[in-house]
Each structure stands twice: as structure tokens, then as C-alpha cells.
Design a protein. Sequence first.
Length: 198
Amino acid sequence: MARPIFSRWYELLSRAEDPMIRRFRDETVGGSRGRVLELGAGNGLNFAHYREADVVALEPEEGMMRKAGPRAAEASIPVRLVRASGERLPFPDDAFDTVVLSLVMCSVPDPRRVAAEVRRVLAKGGEVRFFEHVRAPDPRVARRQDLIIPLYRRFSGGCHINRDTLGTLRNAGFRVRYRRLAYGPRHAPHVIGVASRP
């Protein structure tokens, strides 16, 4: 679904991005190696953080693709933009060494399908590097997340801050290592980590 207003708003917000977010982007993306698939590349803010990679950046939103184009051209590594959805990745099995998920699993229509597709296109021994906001571990905060979602997602590009992304990755067959971050509001806790394909 096209969200032209959100893509313009997100670009304005990006210009004042918190230095902490840039640090987390660098940690997530900077360790990527080999052939990399970045899922939901948005307006391309991660591209400047890659060091040794050949990147395919997938984004379903046309407005975001237009914003990502100049950043892909300026990147120090090759970045190829592809417009497609995470639920049906247009790539063969075992095609990538690394998959990057950066603030994207909250907004995909079907996270379980996306996780299954990520596992399919990731080579054995490959890794998913992720930086996401997730369901709160405190049940009281999680209930508040559930309550605000109907309104919150209307103003945030379809974001569901209450998703159990860690559980989704585990259920798809990944081994997940992560740490919780003392960052952001209490109702939107963040995690950063690596999920490996056995």
C-alpha cells in the first residue's frame, strides 16, 4: 500500500535523526559481509554504514525508493534497489550471506511469512543482523502497546510496536542472540542482535 505522506514525513524526520540511532545502524549494518539483502531499505539511511558488502536493497514503497536512489548512488559499496515485498522475495534459495532487518519487521503485513522467506534466501551459516523495536517484556507495558496500536499505526506507516519479532525469528528456525537497548520510550523497547541460520 502506498503511503506518500508517510514517506515525506519520514524523510523530514530523518534529517534530525538521533546520533544513537546512527550508532545502532552502524553496529547492525557495519558487520555485514558478502552478498547482502536489506529488507525494507526505506529512504536508504543505512547505505552509508556498509563497509564490505554487495547490497541488494528491497523496498515496496515507491516514495521511499525515490528517496533511497541518491543515497544508493553515493554509497561506497554497490547498492542495487529492488521494488518488491518481503513476503515474496524475488530471489533463489541460499542467495545471500547476510540479511539486514532495520526497523522493518514492525510494518510488514505478514511477519511470519517474511521470516520464512528470509530463511529461504539466506545461505546456510548466514546471519540476519537486526535492529528492531519489539513487544515489551513487561506484561503491563505490552498491554499498553496493544491498546495504542490501532491509533499508532495510522500515523507511523503501519508500524506495530507490539510485535514479538524475536519469537518470529526463532519460530522460523533461527538461533537468536540479542541485547535489549535502553533507548526510546518505554512503550517501544528496542533490541539489536544477530540471528543465524543453522
